[in-house]
Design a binder for this molecule. Sequence first.
Ligand code: 26Q
Length: 831
Amino acid sequence: MNSKKPLNIPSHDPSGFDVEALKRAIANRLTYSVGKDIHTATDRDWLHTLCYAVRDRLIERWMETQRSYYHSDAKRVYYLSLEFLIGRTLYNALLNMELDDTARKALSDIGLDLEALREQEFEAGLGNGGLGRLAACFLDAMATLGIPGMGYGIRYEYGMFHQDIENGQQTEISDPWLRFGNPWEFPRPEVLYPVQFNGQVTRFRDAQGNTQHHWVDTEVINAMAYDMPVPGYGNNTVNNLRLWSAKATRDFDLRLFNSGNYIHAVDEKTASEKLSKVLYPDDSTDSGRVLRLKQEYFFVSASLQDILYRFKKTHDNFAALPDKVAIQLNDTHPAIAIPELMRLLVDTHQLSWREAWDITTRTFSYTNHTLMPEALETWPVNLIGLVLPRHLEIIEEINHHFLIEVRRRFPGDEAIVSRLSLIDESNGRRVRMAHLAVVGSHHVNGVSALHSQLMRESIFSDFHRMDPDKILNMTNGITPRRWLNQANPRLSKLITQTIGNGWLKNLDELKKLIPYADDPAFQSDFLKVKTANKADLAKLIQSKLGFQVDPNSLFDVQVKRIHEYKRQLLNLLHVITRYNRIRAGHDLAPRTVVFAGKAAPGYARAKLIIRLIHSVAEVVNNDPATRGLLKVAFIPNYNVTTAGDIIPAADLSEQISTAGTEASGTGNMKLALNGALTIGTLDGANVEIRDEVGAENIFLFGLTCEEVKALEHTGYNPAAHGHANAELTQALDMIGQGYFSPETPDLYRPLTDSLWQHDPYLLMADYTDYIACQERVDALFSDPAAWAKRAILNVANMGQFSADRTIAEYAEHIWNVQPVNSCLLKQKRAA
Ligand code: 26Q
């Protein structure tokens, strides 16, 4: 092996892109990879066969892309994220390679159905929600723009839990997505890095009189790489997502096996592999578990070792690191990378502190996704001292240098020193990970214009004073390939027939639809598409929930994690108000209110909200007095796949968070891109959606962020709002007094009590305006042409929210990277 002699291997069979070639590939893969024949192959065998045949067609492009990055010595971007919410891969890969029709034909020749096979695939649900899905959209956009980007994360054995509803209540079931194997991953057993934990730091002076630090007596766990290809759309670029899996070390084996207690030894070995076992299912509260900290360091350490190994293949010192490497921290979850890079440069590679700090701060940048205090990550100093003792020393040294600078800038102001310190001394000593991330990064960004502005004014205002150029805005975006082309084939086809397919790579081309907004023929085609999508969703609701909904009713959709600040309860107060009005004889337009979303398993109030939605649905859906004018459907297990089923069928998109709480939102963009009108507050990216589509094409209501602030200042009295509105009182009384839970009348009292007494998210203050706004929605919906016009204008003006735009901004303003064109392969394929 590995002889210096040139190897002599014939070139591999070319992987053809026509129907006959794909059929032969399927035959080969069924036999030689799956090991079955047509008599024994199960549906899953056929799925895996097809995945392998498709994957084969990615591999040459993948290797060629990686070779071109290497040969051009291009600057690379590494996106470090504890979450990648990828979803299913098969159809995405087919569409991005423009192989969907070929595959459909090849399969149908064989006697198989592509759509049926697609449904068999498990989704890679390695994320909680917005932040994880954003990472997946960014990978798609980087590949599509030809940017040398790579994702690093954890190959969780169990992704986001599966949500079941039993008696109206959420139960969590584990998600063993790898049980039948993952045809998209390439295990790289040779890419294995040791990661240390615990132990202690020893110090000594070397011959030059410098203090050296050794981190010793550690427990070591190996990180093994698994690679997943990330195809760009129609450009032959295939980037890489590298996920780490924990493996016990050999050393571990020998040490323990020799101790004579074989069973105990195997137990210990398994324990060390539990690091990559499961994704933490909390999306807004810090769970504070040691295992979570270990997960963070585990994947950060392996990723940095890998990044430095790749860099050193073409460089013999680290001075050029910031010119060749940009590392983006997706929230603070990977922020421990900052002291880790310092440790590698100073302790392992003997750079001076000054040189190392200069390199580190020119390499990292950090994205903040929340302002909510309970979601800001902090770790007890003692815990870090135990698990990562050398990192704690480095964090303290970073803080020491930083606070000297703070004191120099603000002489005599000890208050600002304690506010800015990386260590919070106020309740036990805790490391503020966000401060570490800000201090160690050259740029920090928020995810919508409003959010970035609030960062400057609130949590990072002192940092902003120190360095006004550090905080940037990079408004989030979504990939139109998955969220329009893949999720909504009917609308995609109509758009492409009308304006060509340039929108897939340049979403601004949707503006060409503007002249059609007033065209009755186009309006009618547009409404037909929407109705067909709604009929599909109605079928899904019938099969999953067992009742009928009317595809001609207005589909009112709120899909997102269940959280008090997102105010699913406010939506429900409208549902109840509507129910009461119908019972009182009002003639209201038919509505189907669709909810979907998961609650964190430990978030009791969010779970109670899910239960209340089901209780209300039970009453409303079965009361003949509603005359079929109102239905409530909670679709279980919201994930990337069900999002793709629901979003294309929405007429109305509920984006109703309390102003100032939702950093950006991305579901708002997905729904508008699919022709839903937004009802929303001026929060997160809703503000920019309004700017793009025009205030006349969006339903805005509620307090603005300034008004919220003012109210909190003057004192807020929720009960006053309650007493001032009889319908609100009535709805709250029904919830609180057991109208929807006659067997347990007090069940929902905690929800209503909290609204009357505290109402931290100001539902009571926004209720009246919300109801009035819903009346405007009804009025417009009664005029289909007027509605269609506004929905078309929403689609036409969504170009700004392509993840391609977002990534182009990061590339220019934060990463300083350029696209690399893999010309070689293009020439080869053209020939
Ligand atoms: C932290 C510590 C311990 C365990 C878990 C966590 C944790 C995990 C996930 C904290 C937060 C998250 C996820 C946050 C998230 O999804 N935020 C959303 O990010 C989107 C993308 O920027 C925004 O559009 C949303 O507004 C924001 O809520």
